[in-house]
Design a protein around this ligand. Structure first.
Ligand code: GLU
Length: 447
């Protein structure tokens, strides 16, 4: 059966690297297996969710090239969660609780102070009708918790291997808030069941949720083994600290503006944390080929911004002209594929082409280092048309006339023609600069 996976961001901020990684892995997993990639917007938290973030997430995913096969939005599915809740209530798997946030915080603090785990004490379960009436007369509205079964919840995780979580170590999860809104815990598992998700691939911060959600799924009638789970280790920085969602520099928008390519992010996350090496892919298909969830391990995954920059440079160096053509136009760069192919290996970011375009099209102040050699170079300059072989023929003639070779020959020519002592291969630049500008620059004239 072809897998159905979901990427389920909450629209409470822009996508950041950690969530982009889960999007990449889910999308590639679906593609390798001919499966379905669902984008699920987890917007049950109406206070934090924002329409502009919802839009930005979709824009960022589209930019990454990760098209989704189906879009689901939790705010449009509230009736489904109410139905599920009623079924659980009819089977006495949920119970009403009346504690305020403050009371719960005090309960947890008290347990911790006694060295006990901060697990909810199930006071709600012990309330009688009279208690409930008294609390409601105080204007308290109930929130509803799921009654966990004691015992161990086990599954074989595709990344972490055999897992067993003692449900007794967990608080009964809140499924419906006092304002009647369903929580993520309920909405997510109802969606996973009803949308037909086969593989839940998410961060390891959700391992305990999986134990809880497996019990809820079972209570809703799901067959055992209905889902496969893969919990990926979280990204950490060089010091081993969890990457902060609030670090704006790690937001996809900021990275994109800094010149990081979508394919750099896809390339990195298609392999980082797996036993396969990271490679600079320039098309999604390359990342799909060879993607294997089983090769991902459970050790924390180190993210190094410098590695991202190095990879970006390698990706840029391999991007075909078609992938950048529109952006070059927007940058005012003409020159087409021959120009792009000549300079791409010298660009840390695509936008750097603008600098090389100025070198080709001018105006540029030549640097005259060896006027005598440049005078010979003027004499030896062949007529156009020029191609990639012209440079060797021309410099060979200059060498014969001057006796210069190596650095003494090439450096003055490069300085005169480009104003720089480094850059793309001259044999490709020369025909792009063209004879008129080359002549002027050899004579020291800005051109
Ligand atoms: N909205 C949840 C989150 O962003 C989704 C978790 C899940 O994949 O179930 O953490």
């Amino acid at each position: 059966m072809a897998p159905v996976v979901r990427f389920a961001p909450s629209p409470t901020g822009r996508l950041h690297l950690g969530s982009a990684r889960l999007a990449v892995i889910n999308a590639l997993f679906a593609r390798t297996q001919g499966g379905t990639f669902v984008l699920r917007i987890d917007d049950t938290d109406t206070e934090q969710s924002r329409a502009d973030y919802d839009q930005a997430i979709r824009d960022d995913l589209a930019w990454l090239g990760l098209g989704w096969d189906r879009l689901a939005r939790q705010s449009a599915r509230l009736a489904r969660y109410t139905d599920a809740f009623k079924r659980l209530r009819d089977e006495a798997r949920v119970y009403a609780c009346y504690e305020t946030e403050d009371e719960l915080a005090r309960l947890r603090a008290g347990l911790r102070a006694r060295g006990l785990p901060p697990v909810y004490d199930r006071l709600g379960l012990r309330l009688g009708d009279a208690d409930r009436r008294r609390l409601e007369a105080e204007d308290r509205r109930p929130h509803w918790r799921f009654l966990l079964d004691a015992g161990s919840v086990a599954w074989t995780d595709l990344v972490r291997g055999p897992q067993a979580i003692d449900a007794g170590s967990l608080s009964d999860p809140v499924l419906v808030r006092a304002d009647g809104a369903p929580t993520y815990t309920l909405a997510s598992i109802v969606d996973d069941l009803e949308i037909g998700i086969t593989h839940v691939i998410r961060g390891e911060d959700h391992v305990a949720n999986t134990a809880v959600q497996l019990q809820i799924a079972e209570a809703l009638g799901a067959a055992p083994g209905r889902f496969a789970f893969a919990h990926l280790p979280l990204l950490v920085d060089r010091d081993g600290a969890k990457l902060s969602k609030r670090d704006a520099a790690l937001g996809l928008g900021a990275l994109r503006e800094a010149g990081v390519e979508a394919m750099t992010i896809v390339s990195l996350f298609a392999r980082l944390g797996s036993s396969a090496p990271v490679e600079p892919f320039v098309a999604l298909d390359q990342a799909v080929a060879g993607f294997d969830l089983e090769r991902f391990g459970r050790a924390p995954v180190r993210f190094d911004p410098h590695e991202l920059d190095v990879l970006n440079q390698r990706v840029v160096a391999g991007l075909p002209f078609a992938a950048v053509a529109d952006r070059l136009v927007a940058l005012g760069v003409a020159g087409g594929a021959p120009f792009w192919e000549a300079v791409r290996a010298n660009c840390a970011r695509v936008a750097d082409v603008a600098d090389w375009w100025r070198v080709v099209a001018g105006p540029l102040a030549p640097v005259v280092e060896d006027a005598a050699l440049l005078a010979h170079a003027v004499t030896a300059l062949p007529p156009e048309p020029w191609d990639a072989a012209t440079w060797a023929a021309w410099t060979g003639a200059v060498a014969a006339a001057t006796g210069s070779k190596g650095r003494a020959l090439y450096r003055p020519l490069r300085l005169a023609l480009t104003g720089l002592d480094h850059g793309p291969e001259m044999r490709y630049l020369l025909p792009l600069v063209g004879r008129d500008r080359v002549l002027a620059r050899l004579k020291g004239q800005p051109s």
